[in-house]
Ligand binder design. Sequence first.
Ligand code: SAM
Length: 357
Amino acid sequence: MAERLQQGRPDRKILRRVLSTDVPGEIEVIRRAAEKTLLEHCGDTVRLRGLIEFSNRCTSDCHYCGIRRSNRAPTRYTLRQDEIVETARWCAGQGYGSVVLQSGERRDARFVRFVADTVRAIKVTTQSDALPQGVGITLCVGEQSPETYAEWFAAGAHRYLLRMETSSPRLFAALHPAGQRYDSRIDCLRTLKAIGYRVGTGVMIGLPGQTLDNLVDDLFFFRDIGADMIGMGPYIPLAEAVLSGAILDVPTRFGLALRMIAATRLLLPSINIAATTALQTLAPDGREQGLRYGANVIMPQATPLKYRRDYALYDGKPCLDDSAGQCASCLESRITSVGRRILRNAWGDPAAVRPPG
Ligand code: SAM
């Protein structure tokens, strides 16, 4: 196994083996190979993006998601622009270098303008000697028209995170209502690339009905779409979820999510990969484990405390009661505990990725 992982880019067969093995010795060989690849291609720094969940209002109805339109449990909120800008300024002061503005999905003109104005305001407010162009801004606001994506790019957002959730059209259809189409998600990713965004995408791991071959397909999809960043994590059920079906137990799902990170790092050595909050939901040291398996991005929670509980995508989401300051200090020790260091006051992008062919 070790030799085959060292011999250039892994093929389908070896990636399937990476995902399927439950042999502890083999898992450690995979982990080490992924960590070595990361250190050689990206160095030992961890890039931070302060996560601002600015609204849970959503017009979509994804079966797996706690903020979907038809779920009556959360109290709906949208942060005021000055609250978002102040939070971004706080992130910049912490040396985070980048923020992610994430919300439910809305496409009305008022929302589009609100996001554009907020991006512009953050850019101006966060400029400093350390960050002459202000913080890097990632948007994660779902499917939008090409015009909207272009407007937000012109306003100053330079990254966009849109998970395709799965590269299987059959599984995608099972996860979403009929009006939400796989093809339109993929079109959005292509449009974002064409506009010039650094594009992040990703999948949920351990979904009901998902096979190992689906996950191997996802890996090659990441390569073929030219993803600059991957953010993926285990699927975590929600009491009010519409999605049903058997899922893997927690240790199996967690281990599979870690090996999916390793497989992505081995296939795509230079891209950014996030150790996501969903990993930390399944294990207290989940994000550190993600770093050990080849991830190099963490999104520290920065959403103002009073809104956190209502951005409940799934059950057991961590850090609901920790202030952003507590999240910041806990993070530093978590990152150093696995022999890595924080990249401060920098956007932390890899070289842009062009889709092959
Ligand atoms: N609305 C935007 C979108 O769809 O891209 C951004 C917000 S959406 C809530 C962010 C991500 O949360 C989704 O892409 C999905 O992968 C993840 N998510 C939602 N429900 C989840 C669950 N039950 N388990 C794990 N991840 C989940």
